[in-house]
Design a protein around this ligand. Structure first.
Ligand code: ZN
Length: 255
């Protein structure tokens, strides 16, 4: 699923296939349901995952991408378990930001237990900055692009105080269907407790988190996000941010 110049409204930068679905699947679905173009960039193929193989995850990611309505899914092929936030890595990601020009970048929180998540969050932040540096872009033979207007963090292992919580109640079942596409990750027989969501019953743990954060905003299910830096007000809204802000009034009402 590639298109080298497709203009995106939002790009999710994740360390492993299934991170985007687990942490952000509902938000992605709300954006794609609004007709917006969303892409996911997986930095690794997840080949070192304790469950299933890299090939399993590639097939599963393709199925999940369909369910999420993604316009683009790219795998950068960095080594799973050894992601480093170096110059080469950030310049590869910066090149993709210049090519696809998303208004919003979703990235891992840099406070996380998994070193790949920490590195992926840092790569996203640094790529966000350097994609707008004219000389660097010209050196790479690329057109400089404006920096994405919003950098939003999604939650991994460690909790943070969210800047906003997205009501994902209306798309909850569809989020769980997308996660279920990763069947190799969901089996409990090979569980050694090392997965991103500790323990065997990933679906239950995803729901526990979603119910907790949903409760904070009076919704059945929610996904927490943290805005990097102050939220700008008084500026023209990009379509994706406008869709995020309008979600409070959309969908199922809480019980
Ligand atoms: Zn991960």
């Amino acid at each position: 699923m590639t298109d080298s110049n497709l203009r995106l409204d939002a790009l999710v930068i994740a360390a492993h296939p299934d991170d985007a679905e687990i942490s952000l699947g509902g938000t992605i679905l709300r954006l794609t349901a609004a007709g917006l173009k969303v892409g996911v960039l997986d930095l690794t193929a997840g080949e070192m995952g304790s469950r299933g193989t890299g090939e399993d995850r590639a097939a599963e990611a393709a199925e999940a991408s369909e369910l999420l309505g993604l316009s683009l899914r790219i795998n950068l092929g960095l080594p799973d378990g050894r992601v480093v936030a170096g110059v080469e890595e950030r310049e590869k990601v910066a090149a993709l930001l210049r090519a696809h020009r998303p208004d919003i970048v979703f990235a891992h929180s840099e406070s996380d237990l998994h070193p790949d998540h920490v590195a992926a969050g840092r790569i996203a932040r640094e790529a966000w900055y350097v994609c707008g540096l004219r000389r660097l872009a010209q050196q790479a033979g690329e057109e400089p692009s404006p920096r994405p207007r919003h950098l939003l963090r999604f939650m991994g292992h460690l909790a943070f105080e969210p800047t906003l919580v997205v009501d994902i109640g209306p798309v909850w079942e569809r989020k769980m269907a997308a996660i279920s596409a990763y069947s190799s990750q969901l089996t409990s027989d090979s569980d050694d407790g090392s997965h991103f969501l500790f323990g065997a019953d990933i679906a239950e743990r995803v729901e526990t988190k979603a119910r907790y954060f949903g409760e904070l905003i009076g919704a059945r299910h929610g996904e927490p996000l943290m805005h990097d830096g102050p939220v700008p007000l008084g500026q023209e809204l990009c379509p994706a941010w406008g869709a995020l802000l309008s979600w409070a009034d959309v969908g199922d009402s809480p019980d």
